[in-house]
Design a protein around this ligand. Structure first.
Ligand SMILES: Nc1ncnc2c1ncn2[C@@H]1O[C@H](COP(=O)(O)OP(=O)(O)OP(=O)(O)O)[C@@H](O)[C@H]1O
Length: 286
């Protein structure tokens, strides 16, 4: 099967910051959350996919076309919402829609109008006069209806109020049901990641930590509540972290076997919240 996005051995150095090597494949029908600490390279990676930043090494293919090659047909396969938009300030929403919509053959006027109504976006106000949250909403209403196979969103909800964030999740889930689509979304919002994503692509200080299937990731972490026993000072197999009588493991079966063998008793074990798992992945030196 042909992948929608294929990134291989991608590397970029900016001053003393090293991004990659990165390998990532995205298939149609999936949502990938791009998760990382501040300055980990999320926006830089998205800009490289959009050919706005040149990689030092590696390749990016969108529907089998090299993004950094001579052709530009790949641009029809992707809709991108950057964190900040330059050049829109002097235009109102209606004018922006008239400028943008003819560029996209699959543009859905119906979806645009629905989003304007849902988010109560004033189309006659200049972009520069809108609040930051309203700018994000208009930006989304001008991006999602392009109906490109791959939708790339860079922190789309950072200024949006809580009800609007929930509405956007519904819009994106509906949009995924409407055709052969995929989403790559950079986000620090745990709710977005929890509710939307099938995969979590995790970056830490430019290094690729992994691309995890969300359900498998959450199932692989367990918290053991230990009885009042003295634990060995060395790391227990599977141990990620321990605090007081709690031990978090990402290989619960191995940990459980070790505890049994050592006669270390525990009263219970429970699931670990995705938010805590992400924090643990992003603090690899604990
Ligand atoms: N134009 C630039 N000039 C110099 N350094 C840059 C430039 N763009 C990015 N960087 C550096 O690259 C690194 C990654 O930045 P990037 O914006 O990609 O991170 P991020 O993961 O999106 O961060 P955040 O979560 O804070 O939005 C940072 O160290 C940043 O300072």
């Amino acid at each position: 099967m042909q992948s929608l996005l294929n990134i291989t051995h991608l590397q970029k150095k900016i001053d003393d910051f090293q991004l990659g090597p990165i390998n990532l494949t995205i298939e149609s029908g999936t949502i990938t959350a791009l998760v990382g600490n501040n300055g980990s390279g999320k926006s830089t990676l998205l800009k490289m996919i959009m050919n706005l930043v040149k990689p030092d090494q590696g390749n990016i293919k969108l529907l089998d076309q090299f993004v950094h090659g001579p052709g530009e047909d790949w641009k029809q396969s992707v809709a991108y919402q950057p964190q900040t938009i330059i050049g829109w300030d002097a235009f109102n929403g209606k004018q922006l829609k008239e400028l943008i919509s003819p560029l996209y053959p699959n543009w859905s006027e119906e979806l645009f109008e629905n989003m304007v109504h849902l988010f109560d976006i004033p189309l006659n106000k200049k972009f520069s006069k809108l609040s930051q949250g309203m700018q994000q909403k208009l930006n989304l209403a001008l991006t999602i209806p392009r109906n490109a196979p791959l939708l790339i969103l860079d922190e789309p909800t950072s200024f949006m109020d809580i009800p609007s964030k929930k509405l956007l999740i519904d819009v994106l889930v509906d949009w995924m049901d409407q055709g052969e689509h995929a989403i790559l979304i950079a986000s620090h919002q745990v709710e977005d990641i929890k509710k939307l994503s099938d995969y979590l692509f995790v970056l830490h200080d430019g290094e690729m930590i992994g691309n995890y299937e969300k359900e498998a990731l959450t199932e692989s972490y367990k918290r053991f509540w230990l009885k009042d026993t003295v634990l060995p000072s060395s790391k227990i197999p599977g141990e990620i972290v321990r605090y007081n009588q709690q031990l978090i493991s990402n290989q619960p079966d191995v940990t459980q076997q070790f505890l049994q063998e050592q006669g270390i008793q525990w009263t219970d074990h429970s699931a670990v919240e995705l938010e805590e798992i992400i924090s643990l992945l992003l603090t690899p030196n604990i």
